[in-house]
Design a protein around this ligand. Sequence first.
Ligand code: G3P
Ligand code: CA
Length: 255
Amino acid sequence: ETNRKPGRHPHAPLKIAHRGAAGHCPENTMSAFKKAVELGVDFIEIDVQLSRDGRLVVIHDTTLERTTDGSGNVRDHDFCDLRKLDAGSWFHSDFKDEKIPAFEELLEQILPHAGILIELKHPSLYPGIEKRLAFEIVKHNLHLEKDPRLMVQSFDIAAVKRFQSLIPSLPAGVLIKHHPMGISNKKLNELSSFAQFVNLKQTMMTLKLKKKIHAHGMKAFTWTVNNQKKIQRFELMKLDGVTTDYPDLFRKKRR
Ligand code: G3P
Ligand code: CA
C-alpha cells in the first residue's frame, strides 16, 4: 500500500521527496528514502546513472567526491567498487554505513511504500541508459500497472522521448531550469507530444504558466521548495506535484 491513495485530498499536489528526504539524511541513500516514507510522501525523487559495468546506480553528481569517500567519475567504476564507498559520512558520521544504492534495491524496498520519480541524470554520458531502465522496469512488471508507481524525468528532452517510446504507459516529464524568453505555446505543444508532465524550477512557476501547462494536457510539478510558506502557495495554486528536501513541511493529510 503506497501513501498516495486513501485519504488524499483530491487537489493536493503529490508530495515528492527530493533525493529522498535530503534535508534530514544524506541524499540518495536508503536512510533518506526510508525517512521520506516515514514522513508520508507520495513519491521519492532519485537520480540514476550507470556504473562502468552497466548497473543502474542512484547518485546525483557524475563524480564521486562530494557525496562519497571515492574519487573520479561514477561511470569509470564497476558496481562492486562503487558499493564499497561510504556515501553517508559527508553528511554526518551517524550515516557512515550508507552505500550508493542500486536502483533495483529501491524497487524491492521502497516501491511498496512510495512511488519513485526517476531522473535520468546526464543521460548523454550513458548511451543506452533508457533501455537499461526500461529493461529493469519490465522485468518487475511495473509497466503494466493501472496506476503507475514510477515516473521518469530528465532535463534531456531526447532521453525523455526515447524512454517514453520504450514504455509509453509510464508518465514521463521534462525538467526545466530556466527559459529566458518564457515557455511559449509552441514549446508546450512540442513537449505535450511526448511528455505527461513538466517539472519547473520553483522560480519559474506562476499560476498563469500552470494554467498554460494544463491547457496543453500536461501536469505541472515544481522543485525544490524548502520554505513552508512557498509550499503552501504552490498547494493553493493546485500544482500537481511539489518537490522538497523537507517533506515534514507539507500540510498533513486531511482525513
Ligand atoms: O526533481 C528536480 C530536481 O531533482 C532537479 O535538479 O539537480 O536536484 O537533480 P537536481
Ligand atoms: Ca534530481
